[in-house]
Design a binder for this molecule. Structure first.
Ligand SMILES: [Fe+2]
Ligand SMILES: [Fe+2]
Length: 163
């Protein structure tokens, strides 16, 4: 924990930690959704989809890591039990029951759109009150916007192919 790190925050630190832990749960679930999606996906543009899903999985993992570090700096504890993820998640988890490219990609687009809204709201909450968390969340939001676009580009290509 960083004593001064906590001191310079102009809002309830426990509230920030709680919000970061919710995002932390989202990131782990997003990581797994992408990771398992990359394993099972099949159909048109399978190779492209697989690579993109794998890359996004890696980035969601990095987001989880950065959120955990921030939580610890603020004197909090990142969620220790995976079963807790479901209790606090904002965006949930969508299993790739239908492993075709369009369906898997579409599920992940919805996940990204949820993440974008959550992070955008979080930015409003911490703006001018916790600058370090603010910067972290802006960086993560940038990645999520890129993820949405990458996936929507694949959907566009499927459309052009008539798939
Ligand atoms: Fe993420
Ligand atoms: Fe993402």
């Amino acid at each position: 924990m960083g004593t001064k790190a906590k001191e310079i925050i102009n809002m309830d630190v426990e509230e920030v930690i709680g919000l970061l832990n919710k995002a932390f749960a989202d990131e782990w679930l997003a990581f797994y959704q992408y990771w398992i999606g990359a394993k099972v996906v099949k159909g048109p543009l399978r190779g492209v989809a697989e690579r993109e899903l794998e890359e996004h999985a890696g980035e969601e993992f990095e987001h989880a890591e950065k959120l955990a570090e921030r939580i610890i700096t603020l004197g909090g504890e990142p969620i220790l039990k995976p079963e807790e993820w479901y209790n606090v998640t904002n965006c949930g988890y969508a299993a790739p029951d239908d492993p075709t490219t369009r369906s898997v990609i579409q599920q992940n687009v919805e996940g990204e759109q949820c993440a974008i809204e959550i992070y955008n709201n979080l930015i409003d909450t911490v703006k001018g009150k916790d600058e370090v968390t603010y910067k972290l969340i802006v960086d993560i939001l940038e990645d999520e916007l890129e993820h949405e676009e990458d996936l929507q580009n694949i959907l566009e290509d499927l459309e052009v192919m008539g798939k």
